[in-house]
Write a protein that binds this ligand. Structure first.
Ligand code: CMC
Length: 429
């Protein structure tokens, strides 16, 4: 049988080394033995943006970007989207197994009974400008939660960690809804424990004067499915932020704030908002070819297209496209859909996109669904953050419990000046 090793020869010294291969990877630290002299720190691997570096072993999410496969804990995303609920999926992502009836009941009960936030948090939300972006408010308020729960610092205690997990999954929608109501100048709507996770979120967003809010079943289910589709996505930018910040052993609220900040960017979770703005800017189907031309001359990015891992159709985008039609049956179609479909059609035939294997990603159709559901555009990344919270926490917990993990601290290749002497200001040019 062939050996699971790699043999490399260092042509600088003529020495040969045999390096172990495990699960298709070599350990970067095994390269350290490759040295030209005693004082050489050893060979480093250089990998900006982690293009080819596995930063951890993970049992949470599997993606095959070539085949367009996404599974949480082994379960295909399509089956979970069709048959599970968001809270059940969150349990699965965090615990590794689907819950029994009793486990699910307890899980849902505990999350439902942690949805309230301290009244003082409302004062923070009130302090934001009326047009503050809800993602900015979310980053700030979730970080602030750490000051309300100082016990959360005790991250190595299992029971304590579990309590913060309930709190985080439960309170993210409350913070998000309060941020939204603030932007409209509406009074905050408190959680309703009789409703489902998604139903309650709709309640906190949209309840007006009625004493009891009844969510529209299609919207409630649709939102739940969208949350499922966003629950985890292995080592993406925000999960990496969560792991990296969490590796300093900070409390999970601070780490989730960092992950939320990473998600805010237009190349990550901010893309759903950017897609909608792009479609509005294009304006009509007829202007699509003109926009495509701009993308090809690098004057614009086709937002909602392309992915570091998927080199075929993102399975989440497929599921959301299907869901969009179900939602539109209730809400009426979104006029931007025609532009999106035309844009997708042209892009998928165009050599520029074909050659680079650029396909719609999860963010391409979500904006249109959210708009049809009555969400304002600024809140789209916030919806992504709520869905992604269980994934972030699962990644964080896996990192904490992994004996191989340490504080994240990459190396660098220094390309700056050699030592030089300080120059007095009058002598500088
Ligand atoms: N529009 C036009 N060209 C693109 C796009 C796009 N959306 N995405 C990639 N390219 C080009 C890119 O310019 C490059 O071309 P070349 O090789 O000629 O320089 C090539 O395709 C490879 O792209 P890359 O930038 O090296 O790929 P990456 O893996 O570094 O970036 C990405 C992945 C998602 C950041 C990028 O595709 C992108 O900016 N997409 C638009 C933003 C977006 O939709 N983000 C959501 C991602 S999915 C959900 C999430 O993670 O939150």
């Amino acid at each position: 049988m062939a050996k699971e090793t790699l043999t490399v020869t260092d042509n600088r010294t003529g020495k040969t080394y045999e390096i172990q291969i495990d699960q298709g990877a070599i350990r970067a630290t095994d390269l350290r033995q490759i040295r030209v002299s005693e004082d050489d720190v050893g060979l480093l691997s250089y990998d900006p943006a982690f293009m080819n570096t596995a930063s951890c072993k993970s049992a949470i999410t599997f993606i095959d970007g070539e085949k367009g496969i996404l599974r949480y804990r082994g379960y295909p995303i399509e089956q979970l989207a069709e048959q599970s609920t968001f809270l059940e999926t969150a349990y699965l992502v965090l615990h590794g197994e689907l819950p029994t009836g009793k486990q699910l009941e307890e899980w849902v009960y505990n999350i439902t009974h942690h949805t309230m936030i301290h009244e003082n948090i409302k004062k923070f939300v009130d302090g934001f400008h009326y047009d503050a972006h809800p993602m900015g408010i979310l980053v700030g308020t979730v970080a602030a939660l750490s000051t309300f729960y100082p016990d959360a610092k005790n991250i190595l205690d299992t029971a304590n960690r579990q309590k913060q997990i309930y709190r985080l999954i439960a309170k993210m929608p409350t913070l998000a809804a309060f941020a939204y109501r603030h932007s409209l100048g509406l009074p905050f709507a408190y959680p309703d424990n009789d409703l489902s996770y998604s139903g309650n979120f709709l309640n906190m967003l949209f309840r007006m004067t009625e004493s009891k809010y009844t969510p529209n079943r299609v919207m409630e289910k649709g939102l739940d499915v969208l949350f499922i589709l966003h629950a985890d996505h292995e080592q993406n930018c925000s999960a990496n932020a969560m792991r990296s910040v969490g590796s300093s052993h900070v409390d999970p609220y601070s780490a989730v704030a960092a992950a939320t900040a990473a998600l805010y960017g237009p190349l990550h979770g901010g893309a759903n908002e950017a897609v909608l703005r792009m479609l509005r800017e294009i304006g009509t189907k007829e202007k699509v070819p003109e926009f495509i031309k701009k993308v090809k001359t690098r004057e614009a990015l086709l937002m909602g297209f392309g992915h570091r891992i998927y080199k075929s159709y993102d399975p989440r985008a497929k599921a959301i496209k299907k869901l969009a039609y179900e939602i539109f049956e209730v809400t009426g179609t979104n006029p931007l859909l025609d532009i999106a479909i035309e844009l997708e059609r042209i892009a998928l035939e165009d050599e520029f996109f074909v050659k680079r294997r650029l396909y719609p990603n999860v963010d391409y159709y979500t904006g249109m669904v959210y708009e049809a559901m009555g969400f304002p555009v600024e809140i789209y990344p916030v919806l992504f953050a709520i869905g992604r919270t269980p994934g972030w926490i699962a990644q964080w917990q896996e990192m904490l419990l992994d004996p191989e993990q340490k504080i994240a601290r990459p190396r660098q290749l220094y390309v700056g000046s050699e030592q030089r002497d300080y120059v007095q200001i009058e002598q500088r040019r």
